[in-house]
Design a protein around this ligand. Structure first.
Ligand SMILES: *[C@@H]1O[C@H](CO)[C@@H](O)[C@H](O)[C@H]1NC(C)=O
Ligand SMILES: *[C@@H]1O[C@H](CO)[C@@H](O)[C@H](O)[C@H]1NC(C)=O
Ligand SMILES: *[C@@H]1O[C@H](CO)[C@@H](O)[C@H](O)[C@H]1NC(C)=O
Ligand SMILES: *[C@@H]1O[C@H](CO)[C@@H](O)[C@H](O)[C@H]1NC(C)=O
Ligand SMILES: *[C@@H]1O[C@H](CO)[C@@H](O)[C@H](O)[C@H]1NC(C)=O
Ligand SMILES: *[C@@H]1O[C@H](CO)[C@@H](O)[C@H](O)[C@H]1NC(C)=O
Ligand SMILES: *[C@@H]1O[C@H](CO)[C@@H](O)[C@H](O)[C@H]1NC(C)=O
Ligand SMILES: *[C@@H]1O[C@H](CO)[C@@H](O)[C@H](O)[C@H]1NC(C)=O
Length: 612
């Protein structure tokens, strides 16, 4: 960050914030208050008894419509792709379950979780989703395409939240189009691609003045929210730069144009109006964030370097609801009314899509080990300018601040029940960088999870299983609420057994009664097939030339489709059985419920791909 406080303050001194607050983006970003519609309830308690927790009614309707009207056809097409492209005879039950011979309720209930890790994780996640996309002929020919069309849920966190939410709001385009933008220049409020070649913060490149002007523009865009009495923190500025990459309304040519709204006013709840959502053609999107609770148990942090203890509630955002299924809270509020001051006055427009992306990826509190460390960090000058331009007292500026919809709720167990603000941070700060948690909620009945894991666990920015270890540890603290299959207890075990270098199935030996999902783990653990690695970039890299992104996507495609490579023809080749093995894994929980024994190719697949 070459930005200096002096250049930024100089810029801010040259503009009138009062006038800037009237810009189209500032107006569209500021929430609006009105009397709540009659019959509105701002808190829905889901209870602490996991077996009795209930889903939001709109989500339940969405999932039911998708599973009855969209997934059956998608599973059939996927089966044809596996059959045609492997030429391997699958056991009768794999065919039968995917074709729905035992009924739609017996078909797999699949969730996909895509991890944090900045742009690296967003790109890696996009590459894996592309390999699972039935609209891509290359993926169909590889025998993996079609799974994305049949999946029920897609959860994302941090860099993964950029992927999941940009995909959902852009009307679920194919992944390369999402990343690189449409073939012809988009107009108005359409999606222009991730624009990875423009840095997320250092917009001016070597020109510090241009960056200072840009950051000043961000400050003015959040000023009206502040003037209307809502808490404004660094997350809001972060949201306003993320929006130019991961939401509709910006192209490379107009990224710094202050006369445009740049996705301001585009809310997370408005995903519900997107055509492919209305027709249930997308998996149901969920974004995850952690909380810095006021009453917290610091000794419940497990891995060194993690910040948030497992005992703090994990929050999830869906187009319909925001809250936590954790038994300490067990409550939700309508996402469209997020930010409401009390139950008689409702806020709308607080749930800006960019703000949710910013909350889930706000790891800037990690810089704040002391006031001096924060001031010296890359965001120090920006925090300083924010303090000066929009002075607020008693608010943490390094985290997201949301008026607490759960004030007074579950006071015996909810550590923020007496707080006026929730303080939320990056969903990976408890070590669970892969957003499993929403998919473990019993009311969702997800039985199979494809886990896309691309954190920088190792010094060379590869995964080493830490997020699975953290999820296993946290699930044990909530017995009866969350069940997770056994995984190794150390990253050394993951690495020694090569579990991050090829797909691994966890939970192959779980009993049906355990409620543990089968986890299909696909990690960014090393280059496939003897290639030179390109997918292990630093989380701090905030700018990518297009050809680098293309190379990463290409390599990720091989990671998704290689299986356990076999030595053949003088080199490493993709496992020709991998697509069949993946199909075996996807139907395995459904098979178990029908008490059909594993058979045929699935037996040898499980011998090879399961961790035991
Ligand atoms: C399909 O995926 C392949 C492999 O990653 C990619 O090269 C190609 O561009 C994709 N096709 C489309 C139409 O997006
Ligand atoms: C975003 O733009 C796409 C076209 O690129 C459109 O289909 C979609 O509905 C828009 N989303 C929102 C929330 O307006
Ligand atoms: C740097 O950016 C500022 C503001 O956009 C511009 O006026 C100036 O010409 C730029 N300087 C150079 C050397 O490009
Ligand atoms: C805090 O966490 C530690 C470690 O998990 C645990 O032993 C202790 O009982 C917890 N304390 C409270 C007050 O919950
Ligand atoms: C609710 O919030 C509004 C706006 O902040 C305020 O004017 C009103 O007095 C509050 N009502 C109650 C019952 O607290
Ligand atoms: C830094 O963290 C402390 C708590 O550890 C908090 O009180 C303070 O507000 C933070 N600073 C900023 C600028 O957010
Ligand atoms: C990627 O991995 C290779 C092999 O370990 C390593 O040499 C390289 O430095 C890594 N790249 C980054 C950016 O960490
Ligand atoms: C892990 O992979 C390396 C080669 O990359 C191989 O030498 C080693 O035997 C593998 N270990 C296991 C347990 O499969």
């Amino acid at each position: 960050m070459r930005l200096t406080p002096a250049s930024l303050l100089l810029y801010l001194a040259s503009v009138s914030l009062g006038a800037a607050a009237q810009s189209p983006a500032a107006v569209a970003y500021a929430p609006t208050l009105q009397t709540c519609p009659s019959g509105t309830s701002l808190v829905r308690k889901v209870g602490s008894n996991a077996k009795k927790q209930s889903l939001n009614a709109d989500e339940a309707r969405y999932v039911s419509a998708r599973r009855s009207q969209v997934s059956p056809d998608a599973w059939t097409k996927y089966l044809v792709s596996v059959q045609l492209n492997t030429g391997i005879a699958l056991p009768f039950y794999v065919d039968g379950l995917l074709l729905g011979l035992w009924g739609q309720h017996a078909q797999p209930n699949l969730g996909i979780a895509t991890s944090g890790g900045g742009y690296r994780a967003a790109i890696f996640g996009a590459g894996i989703l592309n390999a699972l996309d039935g609209r891509n002929k290359t993926s169909v020919n590889a025998g993996t395409g079609g799974i994305l069309q049949a999946a029920t849920y897609l959860s994302g966190l941090s860099g993964g939240s950029w992927l999941v939410s940009s995909l959902a709001q852009a009307n679920f385009p194919m992944l390369p189009e999402l990343v690189f933008g449409p073939p012809s220049t988009p107009s108005g409020n359409e999606f222009g691609g991730w624009l990875t070649e423009i840095d997320l913060l250092q917009v001016g490149g070597a020109n510090a003045t241009a960056t200072a002007e840009f950051v000043g523009e961000l400050v003015s865009e959040v000023a009206l929210k502040f003037l209307k009495g809502f808490p404004v923190t660094f997350t809001d500025l972060w949201a306003r730069t993320l929006v130019r990459h991961f939401a509709n309304g910006t192209t490379a040519a107009d990224l710094v144009d202050p006369s445009l709204t740049h996705g301001a006013g585009l809310t997370f709840s408005s995903i519900a109006n997107v055509a492919s959502f209305a027709s249930h053609a997308q998996p149901f999107p969920i974004v995850v964030a952690d909380s810095l609770a006021s009453r917290t148990n610091g000794s419940a942090v497990t891995e060194a370097g993690d910040i948030v203890p497992f005992t703090n509630p994990i929050y999830e955002f869906t187009p319909f609801e925001t809250g936590s299924f954790d038994p300490s809270l067990g409550a939700f509020t309508p996402t469209k009314f997020l930010g409401s001051p009390n139950s008689s006055v409702c806020a709308t427009g607080f749930d800006q899509l960019s703000f949710i992306e910013g909350v889930s990826s706000n790891l800037f509190n990690e810089f704040n080990t002391s006031a001096a460390a924060l001031a010296a960090s890359s965001i120090g000058p920006i925090i300083g300018a924010l303090q000066q331009a929009l002075p607020e007292t008693n608010i943490r500026l390094d985290s997201a601040a949301i008026p607490n919809p759960f004030f007074g709720v579950s006071s015996a167990t909810f550590p923020d029940s007496d707080q006026r603000l929730l303080t939320l941070v990056d969903g990976g700060e408890d070590g669970e960088t892969t957003p499993f948690q929403p998919l473990l909620v019993k009311a969702r009945n997800v039985d199979t999870i494809i886990a896309i894991d691309a954190p920088a666990d190792t010094a060379d920015h590869f995964a080493a299983g830490l997020s699975l270890i953290a999820t296993q540890d946290r699930a044990k603290r909530f017995p009866g609420t969350y069940a997770f299959p056994p995984v190794p207890t150390t990253s050394a075990d993951f690495l020694a057994q090569n579990l991050t270098k090829r797909p691994t199935f966890f939970g192959c030996h779980s009993t049906a009664a355990s409620g543990e999902p089968l986890v299909i783990y696909i990690a960014n653990g090393g280059a496939p097939l003897g290639q030179v690695p390109v997918t292990n970039t630093s989380t701090e890299q905030l700018q990518y030339p297009s050809d680098e992104v293309q190379a990463m996507l290409d390599q990720t495609f091989d990671i998704a489709t290689q299986g356990i490579p076999v030595a053949d023809r003088g080199g490493l080749q993709k496992d020709p059985q991998w697509p069949a093995c993946l199909a075996c894994a996807i139907v395995d929980r459904s098979r178990g419920k029908l008490d059909i024994p594993r058979d045929g190719v699935c037996k040898s697949c499980f011998a090879r791909y399961c961790w035991s």
